[in-house]
Design a binder for this molecule. Structure first.
Ligand code: NI
Length: 229
């Protein structure tokens, strides 16, 4: 059974039907919401990073080195990770997709900042992205990354069962725009992300649920909680 476990902020562990473990936007050690530390994260097969900001990328390199997991990210982030000794990588870029053993992954547009965080990373600015992860019928997961509301989200309509959407405002879209994103995408289920980590992104997920109404089922996940796909 495929499952999605929330670690707070934008960090998830997605486990496929066949047991493949995919960590998305690994941010554990400095994440005030996470129930895990990076050293507790083992048995990872793939790491997907939407962009290079520290709160999405901070633990990617240590976990990739420790577990041998394949890092999937933009060409520039992968190039930086390689310069830091990460051996298993798969570079992609916006609009491209690739059939991995667990399913097809497409890198989607996101409107946000492109800096890559890390020592010696100054030359590795990149485009921020989201991921459309197709694990099969009824299990198409869209992780929006950090982004504003974009008209591009309309292109995802009919392709998403579960959408992971930022609602924090200030750095990304807030609740009102996330609700509009739901109208664009029309997913069955929505999990709000990127909120309540710090004062800049304080939001009430229950108010967001009310705002969305019958446009989608909103699943507010506690830290460490698992959702079955
Ligand atoms: Ni960011």
């Amino acid at each position: 059974m495929a499952t999605l476990k929330y670690h707070g902020h934008s960090t998830f562990t997605l486990t496929t039907d066949d047991g493949t473990s995919i960590v998305i936007d690994p941010f554990f050690d400095e994440n005030p919401l996470s129930e895990l530390r990076a050293e507790d994260v083992t048995d990872v097969d793939f790491i997907l990073c939407t962009h290079g900001h520290f709160d999405h990328f901070a633990d990617a390199i240590p976990i990739a080195k420790k577990t041998g997991a394949t890092l999937v990210a933009t060409f520039e982030i992968v190039s930086y990770a390689q310069s830091q000794g990460v051996e298993n990588t798969h570079p992609m870029h916006i609009g491209g997709s690739w059939k991995f053993p667990f399913g097809r992954v497409k890198m989607t547009n996101a409107v946000h900042g492109g800096q890559v965080a890390g020592e010696g990373a100054e030359g590795f600015t990149t485009n921020p992205a989201g991921f459309l992860i197709d694990l099969g019928p009824g299990k198409r997961v869209y992780h929006a990354g950090d982004t504003a509301l974009t008209m591009d989200m309309q292109l995802l309509r009919g392709q998403v069962d579960l959408a992971l959407l930022p609602i924090g405002d200030n750095f990304t879209m807030g609740p009102d725009d996330a609700a509009r994103a739901i109208e664009f995408i029309q997913p069955k289920v929505v999990v709000p992300i990127h909120y309540n980590t710090w004062p800049y992104v304080e939001q009430d997920p229950e108010a967001f649920r009310k705002l969305v109404g019958d446009r989608a089922r909103v699943e507010v996940l506690a830290f460490g909680e698992t959702l079955e796909l």
